[in-house]
Design a protein around this ligand. Structure first.
Ligand code: SF4
Length: 396
């Protein structure tokens, strides 16, 4: 199924758009909308319009942002690797005059991504080597990752799956979906399926429902999650129709990829509110990125803002060593320092797990500052968040 074709089936009517909670356009949204001749505020609310008008070329982005020479070279060179794609909504969050804007760093290619460091890999998580059928990754016995499409609204410049995401490179056929369903049906230990991509929410409601419904009908699949960045990059996609469809398949969980407090706008609050009101538990996954969120203050602010919109911080990922990612990757000590400043210093719900995906296919490995000073002969000496020592004795 062509993903664009799938979207067209669910194109919003004016009545559907009118049924959505209305949010007044911000000054920056109006500025970006002006660049599209004859476009109206109703177009801005329409997620299909946003997909169709994604910013793909240097000429288009130049109308909105004062590009640096490094960005110009990055855009010129990224075509063979991971194309640029920015929905007008997400582009409205970019500071046109600040090359260090965290939204800009995530979405506009830079020349640095064209250089490769020796430790970098095309498939750092070793997904291809754990893929029994196209579209499925089966690394842990009881769960699978189902990559249902290869298209996203916005291509994050540090994307772990940059080897496969991008419009029109490969579309998944009916046979591919059926082979994945058959594999899950015949592996009775699989109790958990994570639907990801690409971004599953770029699909139309009907196609997505077919996937969820088919999985729900497999008796041993007891837990389904959707991994998406769309509620952040294109919150207009979270329509009442989508939410009503997802609600039918409860329990259904959603992991949303958030990286910076600036991403939490009124539209994003509304989208997450609709999902949470429908009983869909929401978690966040954040990638630790140099210049974007590599400070304890920004991370703490992000975690606090997420709790306010009913999204539970779940993971902070060390940035994977994907090709051309050196400018985004921090030292591991930076992540540990962030965790040190979160644990004990704020609400426990605001403290995610910091993980490194073991390069080459090791899976998620949790990291934490060391709170055990010594542990010998049943005596465990610990330090708390404030550095004070306490002793716990094992039972005899
Ligand atoms: S949304 Fe996810 S899969 Fe898509 S480009 Fe961003 S990180 Fe990659």
């Amino acid at each position: 199924m062509n993903p664009i074709g799938a979207i067209k089936q669910d194109f919003q009517t004016e009545e559907q758009a009118a049924a959505k909670p209305l949010i007044e356009l911000t000054r920056d949204e109006k500025r970006v909308l002006k660049a599209y001749k004859e476009a109206t505020p109703l177009d801005w609310e329409d997620w299909f319009w946003q997909i169709r008008k994604r910013i793909r070329t240097k000429d288009e982005i130049r109308k909105l942002v004062h590009l640096t020479p490094d960005e110009e070279k990055g855009i010129d060179g990224c075509g063979d690797k991971l194309t640029m794609s920015i929905p007008p909504y997400f582009a409205s969050l970019i500071d046109p005059n600040d090359p260090k804007c965290p939204i800009r760093l995530q979405s506009i290619p830079q020349v640095h991504e064209l250089k490769t460091a020796p430790e970098e890999m095309r498939d750092p998580c070793g997904e291809d080597s754990h893929s029994p059928v196209h579209g499925l990754v089966h690394r842990y016995p009881d769960r699978v990752l189902f990559l249902v499409n290869e298209m996203c609204a916005m291509y994050c410049r540090y994307c772990t799956r940059s080897r496969m995401v991008g419009d029109g490179r490969r579309t998944l056929s009916t046979e591919t979906y059926n082979a994945a369903f058959d594999y899950i049906r015949s592996h009775k230990k699989v109790r958990d399926v994570l639907i990801s991509g690409g971004d599953p929410l770029t699909m139309g409601d009907r196609m997505l429902e077919m996937i969820i419904k088919t999985l729900k009908e497999i008796p041993h699949v007891e837990f389904i999650r959707i991994g998406s960045r769309i509620p952040v990059t294109l919150p207009q996609r979270v329509t009442p129709e989508l939410v009503a469809m997802l609600k039918k398949y409860s329990p259904l969980w959603m992991s949303i990829h958030f990286n910076h407090p600036k991403e939490i706008t009124e539209r994003v609050k509304s989208a997450c509110g609709m999902l949470a009101d429908a009983g869909i538990p929401l978690g966040s996954q954040t990638v630790l990125l140099k210049g974007v969120n590599d400070s304890p203050e920004i991370m703490k602010k992000l975690m606090h803002e997420l709790l306010k919109i009913r999204v539970r911080p779940y993971y902070i990922y060390q940035c994977d060593p994907i090709l051309g990612s050196k400018h985004f990757r921090t030292k591991v000590s930076t992540g540990l320092e962030i965790m040190e400043k979160l644990r004990g210093h704020t609400t426990g719900y605001a403290v995610p797990t910091y993980v490194i995906d073991g390069p080459g296919g090791g899976g998620k490995i949790p990291l934490s500052p060391d709170y055990i000073k010594s542990y010998e002969n049943g005596k465990c000496t610990l330090r708390n968040y404030a550095g004070k020592e306490f002793v716990y004795y094992d039972p005899e």
